[in-house]
Design a protein around this ligand. Structure first.
Ligand SMILES: Cc1ncc(C[n+]2csc(CCOP(=O)(O)OP(=O)(O)O)c2C)c(N)n1
Ligand SMILES: [Mg+2]
Length: 245
């Protein structure tokens, strides 16, 4: 509960007991109240399926990711602007198939999270979806993954920056400060662990590269350039929806 969610009734109590009692008293929803929201999100993301722009737009990355992954496969999202897009647009059809570091929102969860997911569900394919900064926070765990033989894909959204922090700075101050950095060569970095590395060179490469990487029986790292100019466009669009004047 915070500024954006004002409760009509507050319930303090044991969570299990409270939920069971609420369940007894509440009337089930009829129909599908969230259907129109779901339909409009699907419509929005579908508009980007044939987008060939380079760097790739967040919506196109998510379209290709959803297309390449089976519904029972597991995506683990790190924390940053990519997480905002994943949470907003990644169609999650099965429970616990999109794991997101929320709450305290610690960066660096994606690679270790993918190892854990693969250990728990060896028969499913796993993708760690991560920003470049969050990836570099725990990328040493590629060694663990190689040693434990847990194959999965690491999809790095490369903007050479703290994308989410820049997004917040632009919203708040209209300029950015101290959020840019340079990256190592992620392909060579992957290879130095004995893993596989791929670099996306044009807008139509991501889907076939994801399909190839998902079929690799090792850790595969995809360096995918992202166009975060879409972030501010989304802020403006949402702003218009809330307050059309
Ligand atoms: C351990 C930790 N440090 C700092 C932060 C604050 N923080 C949230 S997002 C972010 C930038 C993320 O950058 P990157 O991983 O490149 O993702 P992008 O936003 O560019 O998609 C930072 C510094 C955090 N959530 N967790
Ligand atoms: Mg980044």
């Amino acid at each position: 509960m915070d500024a954006h969610y004002s409760a009509q009734i507050g319930v303090n109590g044991d969570i299990k007991h409270s939920l069971l009692r609420i369940m007894e008293l509440a009337t089930p929803q009829t129909g599908h109240p969230l259907r129109s929201l779901r339909d409009s999100l699907i419509k929005e993301i579908s508009q980007h399926q044939d987008d060939e722009a380079m760097p790739l737009k967040p919506q196109k990355i998510i379209w290709d990711l959803r297309t390449a992954m089976a519904l029972e496969d597991i995506a683990i999202s790190d924390v940053g602007a990519h997480k905002m897009w994943m949470a907003r647009m990644f169609r999650c059809e099965e429970p616990n198939t999109c794991i997101i570091s929320n709450g305290f929102a610690s960066m660096g969860i994606a690679v270790p999270g993918a190892i854990a997911a693969k250990l728990a569900f060896p028969e499913r394919r796993v993708v760690a979806v991560t920003g470049d900064a969050g990836f570099l926070m725990n990328s040493q765990e590629i060694e663990t993954a190689m040693r434990l033989n847990t194959p999965f894909v690491i999809l790095i959204w490369n903007d050479s920056g703290y994308g989410l922090i820049e997004w917040k700075q632009m919203n708040e101050y209209g300029r950015k400060s101290h959020v840019d950095f340079s990256n190592p060569d992620f392909v060579k970095y992957a290879e130095s662990f004995g893993a596989k590395g791929y670099r996306i060179e044009n807008g139509t490469d991501l889907l076939p590269t994801l399909q190839q990487a998902l079929a690799d029986n090792t850790v595969s790292i995809i360096d995918c350039p992202v166009d975060y100019s879409e972030n501010i466009k989304l802020t403006n669009k949402l702003g218009e929806m809330v307050c059309p004047v």
